[in-house]
Design a protein around this ligand. Structure first.
Ligand SMILES: [Zn+2]
Length: 327
């Protein structure tokens, strides 16, 4: 999407500078952008966040950071969703691949850990900030694996709940292997379970549990940036996320290390705290609905006041999910 011709160059530069801060803060999570800016900037942001501009402006500056997790499992952080990496004698399995322009840097970071190529790419879900590198890894010979609904979403253009348009992927970027409820890998000495704990963030999420290492990649069913983006245009719901997170918590224990979709390594206690937040806000929304409050009246009760700043992003989130409940 081109930048409007009427936009002054200096204004673009200033905005891009501001954007760099915002983007590095939220790591491209589609939904959270709005929370950081006032409404007047949202349209501009959505224009400037079009992939072509991101390619030009931001990716050169991105560094990939490698964090050991446990037992030859690592997380790579750059821009976009956290990348889980399993290395060993049998090859390399990664979970998510961020943005295409970062593939060389991601590959270089993986090469510091192993000489073996990426055999499998698991997509935690279809969103672009987790899958934009698929085409590059697919061309390089990796098998891409995902929950079947995610593959189907990637086959055609999708409009996310925040308005972002994600174009269809060509064949090399599409998952070649899909599952419905769960599937299992035996790889690098690990029993690796891919589990769909229910429609929550989208209707095609996969959580990836390395059983022996007791490490799980939660995808965007669990994030650390505040109110989670829930893609109601693509099968996500607040109720679904609450249930899916409970299912996720039931799979793991207090020693499990969780790699969230975005943000720092976490524990089961952190996951349950996240769920408690969702349950509390849901309760406030349902209570407002039962009282027959309009959207404006609901917002005036500040249903998320204990958890998030009362800004435009929070209000948009509340309105989006208030619509899930009927009186
Ligand atoms: Zn997502």
């Amino acid at each position: 999407m081109p930048v409007p011709a009427t936009l002054a160059t200096s204004a673009i530069a200033t905005t891009i500078a501001n954007l760099a801060t915002i983007i590095s803060t939220v790591q491209h999570c589609p939904a959270q952008i709005g929370s950081f800016v006032d409404k007047g900037k949202v349209l501009l942001l959505s224009l400037l966040l079009s992939p072509s501009l991101l390619l030009a402006q931001d990716f050169d500056a991105i560094q990939i950071t490698t964090i050991p997790v446990r037992d030859n499992i690592y997380v790579l952080q750059g821009s976009g969703g956290n990348i889980g990496v399993s290395v060993g004698d049998e090859g390399t399995l990664i979970i998510d691949d961020q943005f295409g322009p970062l593939t060389d840097k991601i590959s270089a970071a993986i090469a510091e850990l192993t000489e073996l190529p990426v055999t499998f790419v698991v997509n935690s879900h279809f969103h672009y900030d987790h899958t934009d590198g698929n085409t590059n890894f697919g061309h390089a010979g990796a098998y891409i694996v995902a929950q079947d609904n995610s593959r189907q979403r990637m086959e055609s253009t999708q409009v996310l709940a925040n308005g972002h348009v994600q174009e269809a992927y060509a064949a090399p970027g599409l998952p070649k292997i899909t599952f419905f409820d769960s599937m299992r890998f035996y790889f690098n000495g690990q029993t690796v379970d891919l589990v769909n704990t229910g429609a929550g963030h989208t209707d095609g999420d996969a959580q990836v549990y390395f059983r022996e290492a007791n490490v799980i990649h939660a995808g965007d069913m669990f994030v650390r940036y505040g109110l989670p983006f829930i893609d109601v245009n693509n099968g996500g719901t607040l109720d679904g996320m609450i249930d899916a997170v409970a299912n996720l918590a039931s799979l793991i224990n207090n020693d499990t290390i969780i790699i969230p979709g975005h943000g720092q390594l976490s524990s089961r206690a952190d996951l349950l705290e996240f769920r408690n937040m969702l349950v509390a806000i849901r309760g406030n929304l349902v209570r407002a609905k039962v009282q027959g409050l309009s959207e404006v009246e609901m917002l005036s009760t500040e249903p998320a006041a204990d958890y998030a700043a009362n800004n435009d992003g929070t209000r948009e989130w509340l309105v989006r999910h208030y619509a899930e409940y009927t009186q």
